[in-house]
Design a protein around this ligand. Structure first.
Ligand code: HEM
Length: 403
């Protein structure tokens, strides 16, 4: 068995890669050292980085790897300030985590998603009207992707429209890898204070919105306390639009630069659901890794001894390209037979709580775009598109389209 003494620490191995190319350093790590040690731009010391599908699945489903045990530690991370608040769901372990997830799940049942569908479809239609009114060429990022998920989650949470640009601005600062620690700390504090006030207001005067529904949710005799309601509302507002915004642009870019596959999808629109799953698997939507877990006991993983107290990162992106699970993983195949679930929404205990909403948004957005813009194409050569580099996310700064 390999121990830490036998493995080198690689410093910030994640490269800036072109467009949505899969990070070659992740591929190398997965092939050569699927459980290796890395240090990152921020945080002290090193962490294990796990890159094979089976090992990632083991870490995120094994209770001996704890998120809560990392609270208060300066763990290796991508951003100057840890993104998650110490009380956030992302840092909880069962059984407290399970209780909170049960309560949140009441806001995302299939019935709730069905209720949200007309709202999301109407937003998508309104945004396509806006594109048509603007005329080609138009920037898809500005006129569609930046608007749909933010408007949808804010409507669902009844966040007043004038507050939405400020929330977006604070979230962008929080996710930045180079905004500086002072700016990110201030952004996190401002978001928290906004949601403390909003949650208190909904508790006092409930309406027909997601925060009021969460305030009223019961699990036996349990309900969310005031700080919990504020923090979960903040997490939902952030997670509820940020990644979906970027994935809309990334998916459209990938479709428009794979015209053969787009044509096949247009010919059989009923295949949109599985096609979106393949696009989600294929697109490396982030840089680096998320939040580390801590081993609470010695655990053997992939022939490596992880000691109690060691920090462990997993790469869902690398798992999505594991050839043992997804044959020819670097090929985008919208008709790929479904052999295993991809990990773009995570896996196990902290699996994305809003995956059903995200999937509904993507489906409704692309149903609308493909139906209403049958000749949609890029308005510039792909090489002219500028890609964002200053945060944990990967996406085009602008995506000029015509139809
Ligand atoms: C395409 C869009 C999205 C992607 C790719 C995505 C992906 C993820 C990933 C990778 C995680 C972390 C898993 C982990 O910690 O191991 C996560 C967690 C989470 N996501 Fe999403 N997400 C998306 C959209 C959403 C939406 C729309 C919402 C809410 C409305 C949401 C709410 C959450 C929450 C609350 C968590 C924390 C879950 C927990 O720690 O138990 N996400 N998501």
């Amino acid at each position: 068995m390999t121990t830490r003494a036998d493995t080198d620490v690689r410093h910030s191995p994640f490269g800036h890669t072109a467009a949505l190319e899969f990070d070659p350093s992740l591929r190398r790590l997965r092939d050569e050292a699927p459980v290796s040690r890395v240090s990152l731009a921020y945080g002290a010391g090193w962490a294990w980085l796990v890159t094979s599908y089976d090992d990632v699945r083991r870490v995120v489903t094994d209770r001996r790897f704890s998120r809560a045990a990392g609270i208060g530690r300066d763990l290796p991370r991508m951003t100057p300030e840890p993104i998650a608040d110490p009380e956030a769901i992302n840092l909880m372990d069962p059984p407290g985590h399970t209780r909170l997830r049960r309560l949140i799940a009441q806001g995302f049942t299939p019935v709730q998603i069905d209720r949200m569908t007309p709202t999301i479809r109407a937003i998508a239609d309104r945004l396509v009207d806006g594109l048509l009114c603007h005329g080609a060429p138009a920037d898809f990022v500005e006129l569609f992707a930046a608007c749909l998920p933010l408007t949808a989650i804010c409507e669902l949470m009844a966040i007043p429209r004038p507050d939405q640009p400020r929330i977006r601005e604070l979230v962008v600062t929080l996710m930045s890898t180079d905004a500086g620690a002072d700016a990110t700390v201030a952004a996190k504090a401002a978001l928290r204070s906004y949601f403390v006030d909003l949650a208190a207001e909904r508790r006092a005067r409930p309406g027909d919105d997601l925060i009021s529904a969460l305030a009223a949710a019961r699990d036996g005799t349990q309900r969310l306390g005031d700080p919990e309601l504020a923090v979960i509302s903040m997490v939902l507002a952030i997670a509820g639009h940020d990644t979906s915004t970027y994935q809309l642009s990334n998916i459209l870019y990938t479709l428009l630069t794979n015209p053969g596959q787009l044509a096949a999808l247009r010919a059989r629109p009923g295949l949109l659901g599985p096609a979106l799953e393949e696009l989600l698997r294929f697109i490396p939507f982030r840089r680096g890794v998320g939040i580390a877990r801590i081993a609470t006991e010695d655990v053997e993983l992939g022939g490596v001894l992880i000691r109690a107290g060691d920090a462990v990162h997993v790469s869902y992106l690398a798992a999505n390209r594991d050839p043992d699970v997804f044959p020819t993983p670097d090929v985008l195949d919208l008709a790929r037979p479904r052999s295993a679930v991809h990990m773009t929404f995570g896996y196990g205990t902290h699996y994305c709580a809003g995956a059903s909403l995200a999937r509904a948004e993507l489906r409704l957005a692309f149903e609308t775009l493909l139906a209403r813009l049958p000749h949609l194409h890029l308005a510039v050569p792909p090489a002219d598109i500028t890609w964002h580099t200053g945060s944990i996310w990967r996406y085009p700064e602008h995506l000029p389209i015509a139809w």
